[in-house]
Write a new protein. Structure first.
Length: 613
């Protein structure tokens, strides 16, 4: 019986693998259906906005939150989609710089007709890996909104308004240069022209565009004249409006889409009704997909996905997914439109996302991704070993995560050959944001250690990672992430453990909020040597620095002056608070107490205390 079960499991995995994308074929259209060769092509998957450019690189000392993803991150994202049964990832737009700056974004379009080779090389890498893994991508050309630069930025180069983007001949010709350049580009890694790359499912005219049909008609015709292989997705933003009748009759438009989010008098039932209405309007004429959907409870998402599956809609893409960070943990993105609740999802789901039902939602999305393809949901894959990053301090241990891992075990030894001791069990790599993932609180000063990590999920535990060491231990270190007050010896004044509005605080979900003259005291068993404090100032125009006092007995305190480093962001679209790092080095011998006093409205992010003989 066990042998039969194993054989059936292998057959199921083989059948599922065979049903993944056949990258030899372009996706084509037959009436209102997508086709992969002779097979209908349907999908449930996710938007991955930062697959080709990261807007969420937010370590505490970063003054620019933008960078390009590397190969590990792109592969992590696309393997995540594949493990979830998805076949498609929709990117966000090709960014364009402002005419007069400032331009912290490493834009794809530096100016109309001027392109950033580094940015397009990142997109080259996305397509190379997409072909390798077997996930297709949808690429929108331009944004209706300001976030990455969009129609307003194209127009300003000609001294025009955003509304004139649709009608001014000069602006239209400027935009066409981007279309020409992108479609005709040759991938620097594969040598394939974009127009010949099967990993591209469709070109989208743009994201959430309020475009008149005449503009769409002209751009769709241009795309088809340059590229007869790929489909064209109309980026017109439906919202509550009707599909443009002319678009349904346009031979150069293959796909129309709609985006769905809750609003006044609009919940999941209304979304499902809209989707059904749009499907009826497109039936027999155009392919219809749900391009974005999100910010609704699990029951509502199930209702929406059932409507998609049961009514022949070609696909649906949830908003949105973020992948592992090459420096450890995940990238994070709080959703401003998500009512202060929703964040980008992290697979396979974690307790940190319970407020927005992350684990249940991702489980549902995976099940539906196979259901829409008439396939049974296969078991989860075994996790692969993570990669342990360099360690300079046993209180700052991080690793590159494994796709599908739900937790990690950290092992320590005095020799690279072992024996190995478990020093960290079931560590969640979403628990902290943009900080080191684990601190070995029991490492003994004077010793040197080697470390390795294992990934875990419902299937089992991975082989161990690479071994890093020897790591010399000089002092004991206390790390306080301000999840609670357990590491605080005493406190006073108006203090509050804060979790809300994380985006403003570089996505830190655990902080200590205080006002003027509030205070906390830490106590160390051995003499305090060094202290680090990471904090955010709520009044950026007139920030008031913290005061620090040390004491040998906890009664008589002496004020000490820290070194102070400020990290103002270059451009501030999300209202980031000012990050400041304070360091107390060379504290006089014999002090066991540190008092930290708020002198104004601020929030403490993290405290590190080093103590020893």
């Amino acid at each position: 019986m066990r042998l039969l079960t194993a054989v059936l499991a292998l057959l199921l995995i083989a059948t599922t693998a065979a049903a993944q994308n056949d990258m030899e074929h372009f996706i084509t259209r037959s009436g209102d259906k997508l086709m992969e060769g002779r097979q209908e092509y349907r999908f449930i998957s996710f938007n991955i906005p930062n697959l080709h450019i990261v807007e969420d690189n937010m370590p505490f000392d970063a003054t620019n939150e933008w960078r390009f993803p590397n190969e590990f991150e792109i592969a992590d994202a696309l393997l995540t989609v594949k493990q979830m049964g998805g076949r498609v990832a929709r990117l966000y737009v090709l960014s364009i710089c402002k005419k007069d700056g400032p331009n912290p974004i490493p834009c794809h379009v530096k100016r109309p007709g001027g392109f950033n080779e580094e940015a397009f090389r990142a997109l080259d890498k996305v397509l190379e890996i997409a072909n390798r893994i077997g996930v297709r991508v949808i690429i929108p050309f331009v944004d209706n909104w300001k976030w990455w630069g969009g129609i307003e930025q194209y127009a300003e180069y000609r001294g025009k308004s955003a509304a004139e983007f649709w009608t001014d001949r000069g602006v239209i010709e400027d935009f066409k240069k981007t279309v020409h350049f992108t479609i005709r580009r040759r991938n620097t890694f594969t040598g394939t022209l974009y127009k010949d790359d099967t990993a591209i499912l469709a070109w989208e005219t743009g994201n959430e565009l309020y475009s008149p049909y005449q503009w769409t008609k002209e751009i769709a015709e241009l795309i088809k004249s340059l590229d007869s292989n790929h489909l064209v997705l109309d980026g017109y933003y439906l919202g509550n409006k009707e599909i443009q009748t002319d678009a349904l009759d346009d031979p150069n438009i293959d796909i129309v889409s709609s985006h769905h989010y809750p609003g006044p008098n609009k919940g999941a039932a209304e979304m499902a009704a809209d989707i059904l209405r749009f499907r009826q309007q497109t039936g027999g004429k155009k392919v219809y997909i749900v391009g974005e959907v999100g910010f609704i409870p699990i029951a509502g998402m199930e209702q929406v996905l059932n409507t998609v599956i049961r009514n022949g809609v070609a696909g649906a893409l949830g908003w949105s997914l973020r992948f592992h960070n090459r420096d450890g943990g995940f990238y994070w993105h709080s959703e401003p439109a998500g009512g202060g609740l929703y964040k980008a999802y992290h697979f396979p789901g974690f307790a940190t996302g319970d407020a927005y039902e992350e684990r249940a939602l991702l489980k549902l999305m995976r099940y539906k991704a196979f259901e829409i393809r008439a396939l049974p949901e296969p078991p989860h894959e075994a996790v692969k070993p993570p990669k342990l990053l360099a360690i300079t301090n046993v209180a700052a241990i991080s690793w590159q995560g494994s796709v599908g891992a739900s937790s990690y075990d950290i092992e320590r030894a005095v020799s690279p050959a072992g024996p190995w001791t478990l020093v960290g069990m079931d560590i969640d790599d979403t628990w902290v944001q943009y900080q080191s993932l684990f601190a070995d609180a029991y490492a003994e000063p004077g010793n040197s250690y080697y470390y390795r990590v294992r990934a875990k999920n419902s299937v089992g535990t991975s082989d161990p990672s690479n071994v890093v060491g020897p790591v010399s231990v000089k002092d004991h270190t206390i790390v306080d992430e301000l999840v609670d007050f357990t590491r605080v010896f005493a406190r006073g004044g108006s203090l509050l453990l804060a979790t809300a509005n994380a985006r403003e605080f570089k996505e830190d979900t655990h902080r200590l909020k205080g006002s003027e003259e509030s205070w906390i005291i830490y106590r160390t068993l051995q003499p305090l040597k060094n202290a680090l404090l990471w904090a955010f100032m709520e009044d950026e125009d007139a920030p008031k620095d913290f005061e620090f006092h040390v004491s040998a007995d906890g009664v008589s305190f002496v004020r000490v002056e820290p070194s102070v480093t400020r990290f103002p962001t270059e451009v501030n679209p999300y209202g980031y608070k000012l990050p400041i790092q304070y360091e107390l080095a060379g504290i006089s011998s014999g002090n066991h107490f540190l008092k930290i006093v708020f002198k104004g409205a601020a929030q403490i992010s993290r405290v590190e205390l080093r103590h020893g003989r």
